[in-house]
Design a protein around this ligand. Structure first.
Ligand SMILES: NC(=O)c1ccc[n+]([C@@H]2O[C@H](COP(=O)([O-])OP(=O)(O)OC[C@H]3O[C@@H](n4cnc5c(N)ncnc54)[C@H](O)[C@@H]3O)[C@@H](O)[C@H]2O)c1
Length: 252
């Protein structure tokens, strides 16, 4: 199969986390030009960890438009306009609605929905000029089903999916495809933090695995492969789609 990744310019948000790092690794192996960004300073470690990669790392908060502007400016200076945006940064506060403060709500909606809006908004003008591009978001099973103690998170990931669908329709004729992946639980620091907050983390881990028909959670590499597929020309006729990477979770 032709390598449709080589020399293509990708931006990956949440690149210091479990899934983002796996995306950067796989893109690097396939010869992409990568703008890797995260709010965490250790995003810079990617350059040391993947010395062969064509990579620029930028620290910034993708829920703030001034940071998003800076991230894109730094990336564009190095490689040129972003051709494929992978909007993967995410944040969860695990609470029922009656326990969710206004600050919790704003933080989760900003971290997941507003960050996607801001990055897509900044990427689109250059994609429109080029007449092509792809935008791929990390949604969740929480984009499509309600889950206990995830009031703001489910709302924010549902918003991500609806924005994916809206953008797909809006920009299809401009050669821009917009999709999402919908992971179940993934073996990343995000999941570790979630389990650590439960009264019995070990029982919680078993319950999380058992909730997936395949009786396990995903490794970040499995989610990364699907993100890259949707972002690449291998998915040239796929738009407005959420690819569930959930071991069958929402099939039941
Ligand atoms: N791990 C899971 O079980 C799971 C399940 C479904 C969906 N997801 C989604 O997968 C995506 C990747 O998460 P992960 O599992 O790799 O978690 P992770 O916590 O390992 O990585 C998330 C990264 O996003 C960064 N980030 C958060 N808010 C940011 C902001 N405002 N600006 C810039 N960077 C920010 C964090 O610093 C972190 O490095 C997220 O969108 C998450 O919601 C995760």
């Amino acid at each position: 199969m032709q390598n449709v990744i080589k020399d293509r310019i990708f931006m990956v948000t949440g690149a210091a986390g479990g899934v983002g790092r796996a995306v950067v690794k796989q893109l690097a192996e396939q010869g992409a030009k990568i703008i890797a960004t995260d709010i965490a300073e250790n995003v810079h470690d990617l350059a040391k960890d993947f010395p062969e990669a064509s990579l620029v790392t930028v620290v910034g908060d993708v829920s703030k438009s001034s940071d998003v502007e800076n991230i894109f400016n730094v990336g564009e200076e190095k490689f040129g306009p972003v051709e494929s945006l992978i909007s993967n940064a995410g944040y969860m506060i695990g609470k029922a609605l009656h326990e969710t403060s206004e600050e919790d709500w704003d933080a989760v909606m900003s971290g997941n929905a507003k960050s996607f809006f801001l990055c897509a908004k900044r990427a689109l003008p250059n994609m429109l000029k080029a007449g092509k591009g792809s935008i791929t978001a990390t949604g969740s099973i929480s984009s499509v089903v309600g889950l206990p103690s995830q009031a703001a998170y489910c709302a924010s990931k549902g918003a991500v999916l609806q924005l994916v669908r809206q953008l797909a329709v809006e920009y299809a004729a401009n050669g821009i495809r917009v999709n999402a992946v919908g992971p179940g639980a993934i073996n990343t620091p995000f999941l570790t933090r979630y389990l650590a907050g439960l009264p019995d983390p070990e029982a919680g881990a078993k319950a999380v695995k058992d909730a997936h028909p395949m009786k396990r959670w995903a490794e970040p590499e499995e989610v990364a492969t699907s993100l890259i597929f949707l972002a690449s020309d291998n998915a040239a006729f796929v738009t407005g789609h959420i690819l569930m990477v959930d071991g069958g979770y929402v099939a039941g």
